[in-house]
Design a protein around this ligand. Structure first.
Ligand code: PEP
Ligand code: MN
Length: 370
């Protein structure tokens, strides 16, 4: 389907947003001019049928941009607050921006904005997150129920730091918090600008059940060509929504030009995505049957792990009696090499097999040391 075929239906306002289970936050990386902000917001507000069912659309635009280089465009700052409020009043879309200091927070809240995000560099800085939390608690306690904060993962892959930032804000009384996975920095990134580590996001979900989770596909991808695949992966994993950078003319964007989509291309992206229901239906017989099989396989698998550990214990005793070291590097390498060759022959991911093998070996060493 071409971009042109993805036409927008008539204007749609998001009056009835409370029932919406999916969230899309879209808009430019940076607010650049009033005209750019409003034109982008008007195009998005006119999405209508291009918006999936049960979806709440929010507008985003950064005012204070945490740029790597001081030579880059660092945002229009305070001047853009009035543009974002104009978006809210004119289009009915809630507008969100990034706050990186208590001063940003005060300016945003005093101007009437109620949707804010904490960026990846700020999440990595507990002192700054605490200052923001203290400002909320000490000066804006009356807004604790009407404010929504989006907390991006820190730039480094440390789940505890992400959870810590969320907890600081929860302790300050913020009732509505959503986590945002935007990938992690690395010296050598692969295809993506910031590597997505889905296992960290899913572990956050396990540790903080009920916390909505969005995927910032633009800052993960860094380039338009990767957006659809990343978005589909996130939705398949049960993310509640997406953050997507959308600009009226991406080629002219003052920041992140390579990853932003035109509003038309964004509509196309949405059209091409499969939107899974949030929860699998437990009364589905076929699914129940398959899950039962998984449970049976797990039972057998774990019995084998118990058997393996018992043999490891015997090996440990033998090594002790014969004064041998517990860890024998050559044997470990042999185990790994054999299993890797097996993985390749059986079409299993070598990375997965290596991780499982490492965990089994660590458990075996543990039992032998005891
Ligand atoms: C942004 O969303 O504009 C941004 C700067 O993102 P991040 O904090 O994820 O780098
Ligand atoms: Mn950006």
């Amino acid at each position: 389907m071409s971009e042109k075929d993805c036409t927008f239906a008539k204007s749609m306002k998001n009056e009835d947003m409370m029932d919406c289970s999916r969230v899309l936050m879209a808009g430019p990386c940076s607010a650049e001019t009033e005209e750019q902000v409003l034109s982008c917001a008007r195009s998005l507000a006119a999405f209508g049928d291009a918006l999936p069912a049960n979806t709440r659309l929010l507008f985003r635009a950064g005012l204070w941009k945490p740029r790597t280089s001081p030579h880059s465009f660092e945002g229009v700052g305070e001047a853009g607050l009035a543009w974002l409020r104009k978006v809210e009043i004119e289009t009915g879309l809630a507008a969100a921006t990034e706050v990186a200091t208590p001063a940003h927070l005060r300016l945003c809240l005093d101007s009437g904005l109620r949707h804010l995000w904490i960026g990846a560099r700020t999440t990595a800085n507990p002192i700054m997150v605490q200052q923001i939390a203290d400002t909320l608690h000490n000066e804006y306690a009356d807004l604790s129920g009407s404010l929504t904060l989006f907390v991006k993962n820190p730039v480094n892959p440390e789940l505890a730091l992400w959870i810590g930032a969320i907890e600081r804000l929860q302790k300050a009384g913020v009732e509505h918090i959503t986590a945002v996975h935007r990938g992690f920095s690395a010296f050598h990134t692969g295809e993506c600008r910031n590597t997505p580590l889905w296992s960290i996001a899913l572990e956050l979900r396990r540790r903080m059940p009920g916390l909505p989770l969005l995927c910032d596909i633009s800052h993960i991808a860094g380039k338009r060509a990767l957006l659809t695949t990343i978005a589909q992966t996130a939705l398949n994993l049960g993310f509640e929504g997406l953050m997507v950078e959308v600009h009226p003319s991406p080629a002219q964007a003052l920041s992140d030009a390579a990853q932003q989509l035109t509003p038309d291309a964004f509509a196309c992206l949405l059209h091409n995505l499969r939107m899974p229901a949030h929860r699998a239906c437990p009364s589905d017989d076929r699914l129940a049957e398959l899950r039962q099989r998984i449970d049976e396989i797990d039972d057998a698998l774990w019995q084998l792990v118990v058997d393996r550990q018992q043999v490891s214990q015997d090996i440990g005793r033998y090594k002790q009696e014969h004064n041998l070291p517990v860890f024998q590097e050559a044997r470990y390498r042999q185990l790994l090499d054999r299993r890797m060759a097996w993985a390749a022959r059986n079409g299993l991911s070598e990375e997965t097999v290596q991780r499982i093998m490492e965990a089994l070996h660590e458990a075996s060493i543990g039992v032998q040391l005891r």
